[in-house]
Design a protein. Structure first.
Length: 249
């Protein structure tokens, strides 16, 4: 996996992109100053060396660096994440509360996103990612057999599928929904209360991905998310009204 870009990396890549030709560190100093950022030539040189090492820029006829195709993709991903992040606070305000309707709303949003990531993953997933998903399920099964939490493994499984979709926007949306207040730790608690686990659901999803069958993968993820919705409803029906509230397991 490529290293993530920090703000300075992004600014340098944007300047190279906007130049439309090979540029050196001194030209970048001037470009950044016009945008209100001060950075020394030496600092820019170190950034360029790092960006070249990871394949985002390359030297061009001793005239400076140009952006590579990978660099353009990295900038597009930054743009997508930045655009989605502008709406994060509003989304958080809607789904942070632990109210039944809001839990269901989040699960329905995840269902809409994950049915698409599952379809695209079935079409695009590599053998290496299939092997990683297999290892994740084995880890999940081992932890479950020991009575240990599988919440983080669950998140990893779904995120691996989202990454396999190769769609940066869907990945960003999944990341927002999956890592918020209603995420897997709380769902795991609910599942234990209603006596349900999803190891077999994950195995079915993986089998569909191995077949590269988008329709089957979509059906499996929809069934998985529908089961989550039913368990949340069941939890609220049987436990929410207890005088002392649900006890910790």
């Amino acid at each position: 996996m490529k290293p993530s870009l920090d703000e300075r990396d992004t600014m340098v890549l944007e300047c190279i992109r906007d130049a439309g030709e090979a540029v050196g560190s001194w030209s970048l100093v001037e470009s950044l100053e016009r945008k209100g950022f001060k950075m020394s030539s030496a600092s820019i040189g170190r950034i360029l060396y790092r960006l070249e090492a990871i394949g985002y820029v390359e030297s061009h006829m001793n005239k400076g660096r140009i952006l590579t195709r990978e660099g353009l993709k990295a900038l597009e991903k930054v743009r997508v994440f930045a655009s989605i992040d502008r709406h994060r606070k509003q989304l958080e305000s809607l789904i942070d509360s632990r109210v039944l309707d809001e839990f269901i709303m989040v699960l329905q949003a995840r269902k809409a996103i994950e049915r698409e990531t599952a379809r695209m993953a079935a079409e695009n997933i590599s053998e290496a990612r299939l092997q990683r998903l297999e290892a994740i399920i084995l880890e999940q099964e081992e932890k479950a057999s020991k009575g240990e939490s599988i919440a983080e493994v669950d998140i990893t499984f779904h995120r691996e599928i989202a990454e396999s979709s190769t769609n940066a926007a869907l990945l960003a949306l999944y990341g927002i929904l999956a890592m918020m207040g209603q995420q897997s730790e709380l769902f795991e608690f609910m599942r234990r209360k209603v006596g349900h686990n999803y190891r077999t659901a994950h195995r079915s999803i993986l089998d569909a991905l191995k077949l590269h069958d988008p329709d089957k993968a979509e059906q499996c993820i929809i069934g998985h998310m529908d089961s989550l919705v039913e368990d949340v409803k069941k939890y609220w029906e049987f436990y929410r009204e207890q005088p002392e509230g649900p006890s910790e397991p």
